[in-house]
Design a protein. Structure first.
Length: 529
């Protein structure tokens, strides 16, 4: 085995470990969505208020916990660990996390204060569900502090080569939320507002638990955290300089996300629920494949950059993108073909009405178009972050943000929440294309045309799989073919799972027939896990 194959398999094995744990977390997240949909419904004010309010701390999480902070922090920490400067690495981590916590506290207090001010000075301008959103926002904002610090400790563990625990801790959040909904469903009989407050409290507790688990695990690995916010330390100043452009870029994307939510709130609670549930379905494979691959590749690319090994960076980028397309394209086409069956099986019960099913399917059909781009986006930015170039992704993000805002305002007039989803998909593809084109300047060894040819071939196989799944659904829906099911759940499960299995087998057989290398590489990863 040559070094290139060994490196690829190492990336793949780490990705598989993270993907497996992330898959478990996402499954629990899906169960959380299922019980939430049954309890709150897809068109009610309470579910819309929680989803919009929770988007604010989640945006700070992306900025300070997983996005700009991680992209600047991981390369600096990896470089010190590579040079066996462990004490310097711990000092950097300690000071960086302390400064991060103080900055987050300022944002939490600021957004909470603005929310209270809106309720105090302009309550008559708000709709009922908007007023409810601003009421619970100050309660949810401390979640941002807990989860962003948890993200920082995850970065430390990732630099130590420990990917499992950081990938597993989000399960705590989902389990606690599921338990809360079950409690509210069977043991609580009071107003909807009180139930909403309890649900918000469970989110705060879950964030705190994640932070404590990661702090204790990092302590076991040798990193004992002390709160020491040394603002003027050279390494902190350097980190801040690298973070600021990234914050702008990530902030641009989060502004997009928040604008989508607020525009959906303007369209009505049904649009908010439809966007939320469809987005969670689409981001299930994104978290499993795209984020996992990005987490593994960034420290590796950072070390290759420190060695000035552009060939290794190009190899890692090409391998990561090929594997993401190999996995995400059939997910996208099969989900598109089976979207109604998916929504019916997962959400169509309790307070989730037939109207909510239609609205969610409408948004989902447009989000699916961007699924492969969502998966590729984080990997496409990794080479820039590895060489500490946070400016270029920011410029691309700003351009895409402006375009997204324009498309949102145009498309929502004709497609409602579907227009918001379509705009996001279009801009995500443009973002990935521009980033890859700019990467080519620094990585002449990498050939995007080869990736394009591979992607188009995999797309043809994925479309063939979707066609097979669609035909299977049509056959199963013929009168008298299926025996009367004991419940709608069994009937919906057959209509989803059997076509999905047949479509998946068609895709795998096609890859085997034309001898796609990704199939062999994926099998090797599993065998060597």
């Amino acid at each position: 085995m040559n070094s290139k194959e060994g490196s690829n398999q190492s990336i793949g094995r780490s990705m598989l470990q993270i993907s497996a744990l992330t898959f478990g977390s996402r499954i629990f997240g899906l169960i959380r969505d299922i019980v939430m949909a049954a309890y709150w419904g897809g068109t009610g004010a309470a579910q819309a208020a929680f989803q919009v309010a929770f988007a604010f701390p989640n945006s700070l999480r992306t900025l300070f916990g997983e996005g700009a902070f991680t992209s600047a922090f991981v390369p600096m920490l990896s470089a010190r660990m590579k040079d066996d400067k462990r004490e310097e690495a711990w000092q950097l981590a300690e000071r960086a996390i302390s400064v991060q916590a103080l900055a987050l506290l300022v944002f939490v207090l600021l957004l909470s204060g603005l929310s209270v001010a809106v309720l105090w000075f302009a309550p008559e301008t708000l709709s009922a569900h908007a007023r409810l959103t601003f009421m619970i926002l100050p309660i949810l904002m401390p979640y941002a502090l807990f989860i962003c610090m948890a993200g920082a400790f995850s970065s430390v563990l990732n630099c130590l080569g420990d990917f499992k625990v950081p990938a597993a801790t989000p399960i705590l959040f989902n389990i606690l939320q599921i338990a809360t909904v079950i409690y509210l469903s069977f043991l609580w009989a009071n107003t909807e507002f009180i139930a909403l407050l309890i649900f918000c409290a469970s989110a705060l507790l879950a964030g705190l638990l994640q932070l404590l688990v990661l702090m204790l695990w990092a302590r076991r690995r040798g990193f004992v955290f002390h709160f020491r916010p040394v603002w003027k330390a050279p390494e902190v100043q350097q980190l801040c300089q690298k973070i600021l452009p990234g914050l702008l870029g990530a902030g641009v994307m989060q502004i997009n996300s928040l604008v989508d939510r607020l525009l959906a709130l303007h369209l009505g609670p049904a649009a908010v629920g439809a966007l939320n549930y469809s987005q969670h379905l689409v981001y299930l494979p994104v978290g499993i494949f795209g984020v996992a691959m990005s987490v593994v590749c960034l420290p590796r690319m950072s070390r290759a950059t420190a060695r000035a090994d552009n060939a290794e960076i190009a190899n890692s980028l090409d391998y990561a993108l090929r594997m993401i397309l190999f996995l995400s394209l059939p997910c996208a086409t099969l989900l598109f073909a089976l979207q109604e069956q998916t929504i019916m099986l997962l959400f169509a019960r309790g307070a989730f009405t037939a109207e909510a099913v239609r609205e969610t399917c409408w948004a989902l059909s447009f989000y699916i178009l961007g699924l492969p781009a969502f998966c590729c986006a984080k990997v496409a930015t990794n080479p820039f972050h590895a060489r500490l170039d946070t400016t270029t992704p920011v410029k691309v993000a700003i351009f895409c943000m402006v375009l997204n805002l324009v498309l949102n305002l145009i498309l929502m007039q004709f497609l409602r929440q579907g227009g918001l989803a379509l705009s996001t998909s279009i801009c995500s593809w443009l973002n990935v294309i521009l980033l890859l084109r700019l990467n080519r300047r620094h990585l002449p060894q990498w050939s995007p045309m080869t990736l394009l040819r591979d992607g188009l071939l995999l797309l043809k196989l994925a479309l063939l799989a979707a066609l097979g799944a669609t035909v299977t659904v049509k056959v199963l829906q013929r009168p008298g073919l299926l025996p009367p099911a004991a419940s709608p759940l069994v009937h919906n499960a057959i209509l989803l799972l059997l076509p999905a299995i047949i479509g998946g087998l068609i895709y795998l057989f096609g890859c085997l027939l034309i001898r796609r290398p990704e199939l062999h590489e994926f099998r090797q990863i599993i065998q060597r896990r």
